[in-house]
Design a protein around this ligand. Structure first.
Ligand SMILES: NC(=O)c1ccc[n+]([C@@H]2O[C@H](COP(=O)([O-])OP(=O)(O)OC[C@H]3O[C@@H](n4cnc5c(N)ncnc54)[C@H](O)[C@@H]3O)[C@@H](O)[C@H]2O)c1
Length: 309
């Protein structure tokens, strides 16, 4: 009699182990299948897409593309002029766009923004945390202000925006959170010590949030997450990129990067790199090998950024 519960417990655990293994195998197979035959792109007309850093670069181009697809776009930037230009471009093409100024590092301002957007536009269904900065120099030359701003904009700004907009998404069990990390959030890049830290953090935030929501009693299966990891995109943010093999690891034009970003969101891809093949090299190879091997490969391909002020 005393042994019975133990046998049952062992059987239950064995069943759980087998079913977990089966689910892992199924998910691996699904991942491989989807990398060859991606999901069809979802219709985003009628969605309300909020993009931070919409006043320039990838944020602007992504805003224009979502508007062309029939979404209502909420352009958020600290820079009023750039943001207005984006809204004008969208309106000139008969799209729907709203302009809001906010500094994503200011938590109160972000919560006020969420209130205003909800009242004046509606519930945000796709949140693109894109605003970011990238000072670039050896660590000892970074000022305290540069380090703090990098962490505040690139990391905390993401968290404040998520805290402000996630509750409504959770209530409706519907929404998509998109974050701009970087290849510098997957591998170490000299001259970008704080920036790499911030972009590794962005990936960690996205993965952890997705796991945390899955483990809560409330159903959050309708929430999607996409993390974007570009190498170098020609927006002017990265002034002095370098690549020993530019044909393999090249600078991507802003419009091409925006096409890839919108496509990844529409296909609900969990994480992409731009260019796409880097994802396999870095995500699935560099992480498997010991650090000295990473150093050897890094010095061979010599891709990264030269310092600048
Ligand atoms: N350009 C690249 O090569 C590259 C590569 C990898 C990752 N990224 C990331 O992609 C994102 C977009 O990069 P980009 O090159 O398009 O940048 P960008 O400099 O062209 O545009 C960034 C926008 O963010 C806005 N912004 C800055 N601080 C803000 C704040 N505190 N609050 C609100 N808005 C603010 C700026 O006004 C600007 O309009 C960034 O997160 C960047 O780190 C860029």
């Amino acid at each position: 009699m005393a042994e019975e519960p133990t046998v049952i417990t062992v059987c239950r655990l064995a069943i759980e182990v087998i079913s977990t293994l089966l689910r892992v195998i199924l998910e691996l197979a699904r991942g491989i299948y989807l990398s060859f035959v991606p999901k069809s792109p979802k219709d985003v007309s009628g969605e309300i897409v909020l993009i931070t850093g919409a006043g320039h670069g990838m944020g602007r181009e992504v805003a224009i593309r979502f508007a062309k697809l029939g979404a209502t776009v909420v352009c958020v930037d600290i820079n009023k002029e750039g943001n207005q230009e984006t809204v004008d471009l969208i309106k000139a093409a008969k799209g729907t766009a709203h302009r809001f100024e906010a500094d994503v590092t200011d938590r109160d301002a972000v919560f006020k923004l969420a209130q205003r957007v909800t009242i004046e536009v509606g519930d945000v269904t796709i949140l693109v945390n894109n605003a970011g900065i990238m000072p670039c120099k050896p660590l000892l030359r970074w000022s305290e202000k540069e380090v703090r701003s990098t962490m505040d904009i690139n990391v905390n700004g993401n968290i404040w925006m998520i805290q402000a907009f996630l509750p409504t998404m959770l209530e409706r069990n519907y929404g998509h959170i998109v974050a701009m990390s970087s290849m510098a959030g997957m591998m170490p890049v000299p001259n970008l010590v704080p920036y790499c830290g911030s972009k590794f953090a962005v990936r960690a935030i996205m993965d952890t949030l997705a796991l945390e929501l899955q483990s809560q009693p409330r159903d959050a299966s309708g929430l999607k997450f996409t993390t974007i990891c570009p190498f170098v995109v020609n927006t002017g943010l990265c002034h002095r990129p370098k690549s020993r093999f530019p044909a393999l690891i090249k600078t991507v034009e802003t419009a091409d990067a925006a096409d890839k970003i919108v496509d990844a969101v529409r296909r609900e891809i969990r994480e992409i790199s731009i260019p796409g093949d880097l994802h396999y090299l870095v995500r699935y190879f560099m992480w498997l090998v010991p650090f000295p091997v990473v150093k050897i490969i890094n010095s061979f391909i010599d891709a990264g950024v030269n310092p600048h002020d």
